[in-house]
Design a protein around this ligand. Sequence first.
Ligand code: SAM
Length: 282
Amino acid sequence: MSTIDGLPPLREVIATHGLSARKQLGQNFLLDLNLTAKIARQAGDLSGCDVLEVGPGPGGLTRGLLAEGARKVLAIEKDTRCMAALAEVGAAYAGRLEVVNGDALQIDPLAHLAPPVRVVANLPYNVGTELLIRWMTPAEWPPFWESLTLMFQREVAERIVAKPGSKAYGRLALMVQWRAEARIVMQLPPEAFTPPPKVSSSVVHITRLDAPRYPADGAILSRLTAAAFNQRRKMLRSSLRGLAPDIEARIEAAGLKPTARAEEIPLEGFCALARELAHAQV
Ligand code: SAM
């Protein structure tokens, strides 16, 4: 069977290169090239962009990204067994695919990329949240990327886009939504993957803002939301007690009720309180 890019179908690639899925590497592969092209399209117009892909595996999404016109794809893959298959993709798209065999948590992609950069990945679940936190908390803002289009377990995706008042609302939502726009753009059932994982997945598209939505010091905001959500059922005056001696007055000065609970407070309220705490030098 031929494919749109003239390369073999992914089942054949996996059989040829002996790429049986390894659980410890979070290997749940996407084998439908129509689906991987659709995911690539969620990232917007890729022509004129470099794309960072973490965990290309046998190359299904990589092929989608290249077919959709990415200027260049930098693909970082830990599993050495995938290198031969990825070399074949590189040969079909001469000069547009760079593969690095290594751990994405250890490699600085910046040396390999030119702006504008978009990140697109079907992430290994074991490192997905850690990478997202890194990408959302660089030393300086704006970050190196324009957008992140990432596959997560549905439960994690819902935590990223959650709004106040919902069970999923917490630190991850605040961290992402403070400086970016996040929305779920695709839902995938377990059967979309080989082998199927236990849970459903979602693709989240995150677009950076040029500056934070509301002013606040990032370190204080992080400390504040950690304290608030570590005891999310408690009233703020109690969960935040350790942050300032006059915490109740600070909460009121920020326009919030000391008896409110973390999950009721919108991002704007946390930022106002972070500014109040900055005066108290927490
Ligand atoms: N992109 C492929 C697809 O959509 O079919 C594979 C996705 S699979 C969910 C995750 C991939 O990430 C696997 O190929 C796995 O070997 C790779 N991986 C796991 N941990 C990694 C790490 N720390 N750095 C780079 N790649 C990693």
